[in-house]
Design a protein around this ligand. Structure first.
Ligand SMILES: [Zn+2]
Length: 467
């Protein structure tokens, strides 16, 4: 669910530090309509309680609310008035995944009166190690329904609204306008720019979090007189190749849990008016080192095309602005688009490869990262990792591959009907790059597995895990 922008240093010239900026991706599966945005005031349980027997001072809390939230109400730095403001506030959480789960649960628990949850996905089994608002029993159910169920089970006195088409351009301005605070818990660059633009145009603070691998980040955009927006820091979109997603790079489950909890904290501070929001500061979390670092961010840029002095993006033009073109990336985490680098004759299907593996000898070279190879691989495969980001690193394997092709050709014999070596990867893109690289270096008699090991898991008929 993330990607790392190499251009992060642009945002941090003042400090000399160069933290990476993390973005996210997500799969979209739902086309259900969103529920219309309610602008009614917050409904709370027990508002009709008789108040004749007691009296609070300058707050609207009911007796039940006083009991429920007592442990934070008694805090001198919080108190009944802050709780009252929280109960009358509204927060929109965009993304009900690894970040959005703790945000939704903590905000529900804390008593934010109206919670909006926007997402398009259904819960999958591989979400459960980090997306703690969901359960085994809700796998296959829309994430809005699943997270809504969890929030209501924590606090039935709050109002939960669901936006099952996610936060898209058609409803961006309406949604951003009718919540007090917006939380970006998404995982891709197009969504981050859209959410930031809508928050600027609607005049709403944006709590932005990101987590990938073992790293996390947090800041508040568009807050205060000089707080920057996302575009102020990143007027140019990151190169799609410079970013990686959680489905490719992985994420340690507790990392988005920590960042999401911090996002909930920032949202509570903004909604209750307590504390100092993390504006113009970027919090960096290194999970392996157990280290939090804060770096100062530049202030709002007069040249920014959305929050600057001569904005070019308006509420009207936002509708037709192409965020996918601007970022060169899709607003979902469906994985990279299938590459068509090789001719069909240079590729084999999973079914064909299965026949070769079972009836004849074929040498299989698996070019996935070692961590993925160790999950599962076709028996007898050799692991020679290839990275699109560092293709030159594979050069050291080319002579080995030349030898492998020579040896395999001897094993399979001159009358073999298939090439001696098959290159496989996860999805069938890197394997094409490797075959292309080998052919360019004069290593022929090599094919790749079309669709990679995902196709192998689906189509070969053998038991193989999909991850
Ligand atoms: Zn800006």
């Amino acid at each position: 669910m993330g990607r790392i922008e190499r251009g992060g240093q642009r945002a941090h010239r003042q400090t000399g530090q160069q933290p990476n900026i993390i973005h996210f991706h997500r799969v979209s599966t739902s086309s259900e309509p969103y529920e219309s945005c309610s602008r009614t005031s917050t409904q709370t349980v027990g508002q009709d309680d008789a108040r004749v027997n007691w009296e609070g001072t300058e707050h609207q809390l009911t007796k039940e609310q006083v009991v429920r939230y007592s442990r934070q109400i008694i805090l001198p730095s919080f108190g009944a008035q802050a709780q009252s403001r929280l109960c009358n506030s509204s927060v929109l959480i965009i993304g009900a995944g690894g970040l959005g789960s703790p945000v939704a649960m903590y905000l529900a628990a804390a008593g934010v009166g109206r919670l909006g949850i926007a997402d398009r996905d259904a819960v999958e089994l591989n979400n459960l190690h980090r997306q703690i608002a969901h359960r085994e029993s809700t796998v296959g159910i829309h994430k809005c329904d699943s997270a809504g169920l969890t929030c209501r089970s924590i606090n039935s006195s709050i109002q939960v609204e669901m936006y099952k088409d996610g936060f898209n351009q058609q409803i961006a301005m309406e949604l951003a306008s009718c919540f007090d605070v917006i939380v970006d818990a998404t995982d891709n660059a197009p969504s981050r720019y859209l959410i930031s633009d809508a928050c600027v145009l609607a005049g709403k603070p944006l709590v932005s979090g990101a987590a990938i691998g073992t790293d996390g980040q947090l800041t508040v955009y568009n807050h205060g007189p000089d707080g920057p927006c996302y575009r102020c820091l990143f007027p140019e979109a990151p190169e799609p190749q410079s970013c990686s997603s959680c489905s490719d790079a992985g994420v340690l489950g507790v990392v988005p849990g920590i960042i999401g909890s911090l996002q909930a904290l920032e949202a509570i501070k903004l909604a209750s008016g307590v504390g100092r929001p993390l504006s113009r500061s970027l919090l960096l979390f290194d999970a392996l080192a157990g280290r939090f670092t804060t770096v100062k961010l530049r202030q709002r840029m007069p040249s920014c095309i959305v929050c600057g002095t001569s904005p070019r993006i308006t509420a009207e033009s936002l509708l037709s602005y192409s965020y996918a073109t601007f970022t060169g990336a899709p607003s979902h985490d469906a994985g990279p688009a299938p590459l068509e680098l090789l001719a069909p004759i240079q590729r084999v299907t999973a079914a064909e490869l299965h026949k070769w593996v079972t009836s004849d000898s074929v040498s299989i070279v698996d070019v996935r990262p070692e961590a993925q190879f160790s999950i599962a691989h076709i028996p007898g495969s050799t692991n020679l990792p290839f990275s699109e980001a560092k293709p030159q690193a594979f050069d050291e394997h080319i002579e080995l591959m030349r030898q492998r092709v020579r040896d395999a050709a001897i094993d399979t014999g001159d009358d073999s009907l298939h090439p001696a070596v098959c290159v496989v990867c996860r999805r069938g893109n890197d394997s094409q790059r490797v075959v292309d690289l080998l052919v360019a270096n004069g290593v022929n008699d090599v094919v790749d597995l079309a669709g990679g090991l995902e196709a192998w898991a689906r189509e070969s008929g053998v038991d193989f895990p999909h991850y």
